[in-house]
Design a protein around this ligand. Structure first.
Ligand SMILES: N=C(N)NC/C=C/[C@H]1O[C@@H](n2cnc3c(N)ncnc32)[C@H](O)[C@@H]1O
Length: 426
């Protein structure tokens, strides 16, 4: 295929495929991760007319990244960014600064479902915990370490915390009579020297959409360095869950509002509203069970014993939802579940579920709004993939891309594939 009215005013730009894309329509261009495509025309925000190996077609812009090397060459400028990165790609000053405040520690401690789940893990494993060495990574006020020392008899607990809250954690350990067992180590887990290996690495590392903040990388680094062979990771597993949903309240207050505020027509602001309110995920969204349009499914599952840091760069999941009732498809909502395998064989695995059918947690859920609502009659199939692409520069950030198509029994034609990318946050 070749587009005759090729726009030659601007030379084509070279982009690199971030991940595989399979054409879902005759006018789309398939490519693989790493392919170098020539983008001739950015026909829309989401779809660009591109060429690869003599073939032309539409490629989803969210799957493409500018070849930084190439763009520098174009400008004839070759900066050595190693010296010029003024900002820390981990933003640790701001990150650990925020956790040094009581506000965040209070929010996490006040989250009863979260804190009680970890307490139950210690309580039900108190017998096998006897004589063990535990590392509590990112201990904050040390609540989990204190649970270990008070509800079981471990040999030692290494409570590791990088933020300034650690100065107070020592006092809390003493005031609760646990100084014989619990030792506080202030600093980043990656930089600390511990007395030796540990039998259990426990951590409450989960961020919004499971991975945001990417503290999970610190947990994996600590596992590889300090967890003994055959040791236990708590959580031992994690699942990212997704469901197509209604979000009428949010849609009404952020989009419908502009139709007639005080009898005036402000619809000219609706495109701005869409980019401002719907182009990024909405954290702390509380999804009502009745707004789920299908049975939720696990789209990504992590085994914390075998997961590698390199796996975190790109995570991909598939989904197929059968729409169970008529409703308005406003977006997708995600949340996570984490599992705590028992230290004793064949004992039950405990789970913390942050979904809409469980007690709300401080994470609540994360809402990904479509550009516009879609009416569903019920019986349709919503299928597609979800991609979590870690930001190659800002290491605590990622972009979530959801690609979906809706097919119904009536419609026989090939279904249009939609794709939307949500930066979280850079
Ligand atoms: N789970 C939620 N909600 N947020 C994540 C929880 C983060 C807590 O773990 C600490 N933390 C995070 N990364 C490290 C690290 N590499 N070394 C030592 N301490 C760390 C932070 O200062 C917070 O107190």
């Amino acid at each position: 295929m070749h587009q005759d009215n090729e726009d030659y005013t601007n030379p084509p730009e070279e982009f690199i495929g971030l991940s595989d894309f399979t054409s879902c329509g005759s006018d789309q261009l398939s490519f693989r991760a790493g392919d170098r495509l020539l983008v001739h025309t950015k026909t829309s925000a989401d779809w660009w007319w591109a060429e690869l190996g003599g073939l032309c077609g539409y490629a989803p812009s969210s799957y493409l990244k500018q070849d930084v090397e190439d763009s520098y060459l174009n400008q004839g400028v070759k900066e050595d960014t190693s010296e010029n990165t003024s900002e820390d790609p981990w933003q640790d000053e701001e990150y650990f600064g925020s956790y040094g405040t009581l506000r965040l520690q209070l929010e996490m401690l006040s989250d009863r479902a979260r804190t009680e789940a970890y307490r139950q893990v210690i309580l039900t494993n108190s017998a096998p915990l006897k004589g063990k060495v535990v590392m509590d990574l990112g201990c904050g006020t040390g609540v989990i370490s204190l649970f270990c020392a008070r509800l079981a008899q471990p040999k030692a607990v290494y409570a590791v915390e990088a933020s300034s809250i650690a100065e107070h954690t020592e006092t809390l350990v003493r005031q609760n009579g646990c100084e014989e067992v619990v030792t506080v180590f202030q600093g980043r887990a990656e930089e600390l020297e511990l007395p030796g290996t540990v039998d259990i690495l426990i951590s409450e590392w989960m961020g919004n959409c499971l991975l945001f903040e990417f503290m999970v990388e610190s947990v994996l680094q600590a596992r590889d360095r300090w967890l003994r062979e055959g040791g236990m990771m708590w959580p031992s597993g994690a699942s990212l869950c997704l469901v197509p949903c209604q979000a009428l309240d949010y849609y009404t207050e952020r989009m419908v509002f502009w139709e007639q505020p005080y009898g005036l027509d402000f619809t000219a602001l609706q495109s701005l509203a869409q980019s401002e309110f719907f182009s990024r995920p909405r954290f702390s969204h509380l999804l009502k069970p009745e707004d789920c349009l299908a049975t939720p499914c696990d789209v990504i599952t992590l085994d914390m014993l075998t997961l590698h840091v390199t796996d975190l760069e790109k995570l991909r999941g598939q989904f197929t939802f059968i729409v169970e009732k008529a409703g308005t498809f406003h977006g997708f909502t995600s949340w996570f579940r984490v599992q705590f395998q028992s230290l004793e064989r064949d004992k039950t695995t405990l789970e913390l579920d942050t979904g809409p059918y469980s007690e709300p947690t401080h994470w609540k859920q994360t809402l990904f709004m479509l550009d516009g609502p879609i009416l569903l009659l019920g019986g349709e199939t919503v299928s597609g993939i979800i991609l979590l692409h870690r930001n190659p520069v800002w290491r605590r950030h990622m972009t979530v891309t959801i690609q979906w198509s809706i097919s119904s029994t009536e419609e026989t034609g090939n279904c249009m594939v939609q794709s939307k990318s949500f930066p979280m946050w850079r």
